[in-house]
Design a protein around this ligand. Structure first.
Ligand code: SF4
Length: 352
């Protein structure tokens, strides 16, 4: 019998199931309290439910369908988790601890269709969208493997989140709910390569999410190469959509800009960038590029990075230079990829 993963459900949906089974609907809240707040992901251990209800849950639902295959820890404390899905595909998620917080970074697709040229995730092509439960399970693993509270979440792992719109948005609404993990919407960032149909839908949701756009070039001819979706949705269309987004949501947008030696990091690129962002309520996150062996890009020297940053500041743009985390375990931006599990993986269980 096909069993559904219970993490796919809103509280109200589980209440409806219970009522259909002729149980009181308050049990739904008990069940989700065990799963999300008490970290118990085994129906048989939910001791305030009757034995009969526990059996019914076991017969009809699963909780954990993804399996942790491998964990790698960087010298800087960043931890990368490799998971095997039910269909044996693999995905990755990352925990990035800093002094004040822990940020989890999750994947939304198996592979990616968008083929950004600096990014390892798209190198093996697209396989499928992740299910709602597969997205939430990554968050549960990340939460369980950190001692501190997981208080920030970024959808910046493998895949384009807005290309798996419905599943990502439902997963976010669940993660955000008080009966679940209660991670604030303002602590959740969706990253997009500039998928305009998704940005247009997102601005109608009324959610206080953070939106981060992988910009990486301020001229179409360079962006067409770095972020090929630019051929379909060029910079003028992207910036006018974002103007509308900012107006409608009253939220600031963050632009990610990877600095690549000889490609987009000279002063004329900085001038172009200031020009196209003029008047937008935004900030720019500069990221000296990471090396992914097969791609052959290198970061510019320190002086060029500082000159670039300085030009943006002088043009009145709010700018930060991102500290690179997890580079030694290939967990930094643009380095996540579909890894094949080793021949003899030792499965580790994160949950009791
Ligand atoms: S940067 Fe994002 S959208 Fe582009 S290929 Fe990588 S995962 Fe896909």
């Amino acid at each position: 019998m096909h069993k559904e993963n219970i993490l796919n459900l809103y509280l109200k949906e589980l209440e409806q199931v219970l009522v259909k089974w002729q149980y009181e609907k308050f049990h739904a809240r008990q069940i989700f309290t065990w799963i999300y707040k008490k970290d118990v992901r085994d129906f048989s251990r939910m001791s305030d439910l009757s034995a009969e209800l526990r059996k019914k849950l076991v017969d009809n639902f699963t909780i954990l369908d993804i399996e942790l295959l491998k964990q790698l820890e960087s010298r800087d404390g960043t931890r990368k988790l490799l998971f095997k899905l039910k269909d044996t595909n693999t995905i990755e998620a990352v925990n990035i601890p800093t002094e004040k917080r822990v940020t989890g970074c999750v994947s939304t697709q198996v592979g990616c269709k968008f083929g950004c040229s600096f990014c390892a995730s798209g190198m093996l092509g697209f396989k499928r969208n992740l299910e709602i439960s597969e997205i939430i399970e990554q968050v549960l693993f990340l939460k369980d493997e950190t001692d501190e509270r997981l208080n920030n979440l970024v959808f910046m792992g493998i895949g384009e989140p807005l290309d798996n719109y419905d599943n990502v948005l439902k997963a976010i609404r669940i993660i955000n709910a008080p009966w679940s993990l209660n991670i604030g919407a303002r602590k959740i960032t969706i990253s997009t390569c500039g998928f305009i149909p998704g940005i247009k839908r997102l601005m109608e949701e009324g959610l206080q999410l953070e939106l981060s756009v992988s910009l990486h070039a301020a001229e179409d001819k360079i962006r067409n190469i770095l972020v090929p979706i630019n051929k379909k949705y060029p910079l003028s269309e992207l910036t006018s959509t974002l103007k509308e987004y900012i107006k409608k949501t009253n939220r600031q947008v963050t632009f990610e800009y990877i600095l690549i030696e000889g490609v987009n990091s000279d002063i004329s690129s900085a001038k172009n960038l200031s020009r196209i962002l003029k008047g937008l309520n935004c900030k720019v996150n500069l990221i000296p590029c990471n090396s992914v062996e097969e791609l052959g890009y290198t970061p510019p020297g320190k002086l060029d990075i500082l000159l670039f940053k300085d030009h943006l500041i002088k043009s009145g743009i709010d700018v930060t230079l991102r500290i690179i985390r997890g580079r030694d375990i290939q967990a930094a931006c643009g380095q996540l990829r579909l890894e094949q599990p080793s021949a003899d993986p030792t499965p580790k269980k994160a949950f009791s």
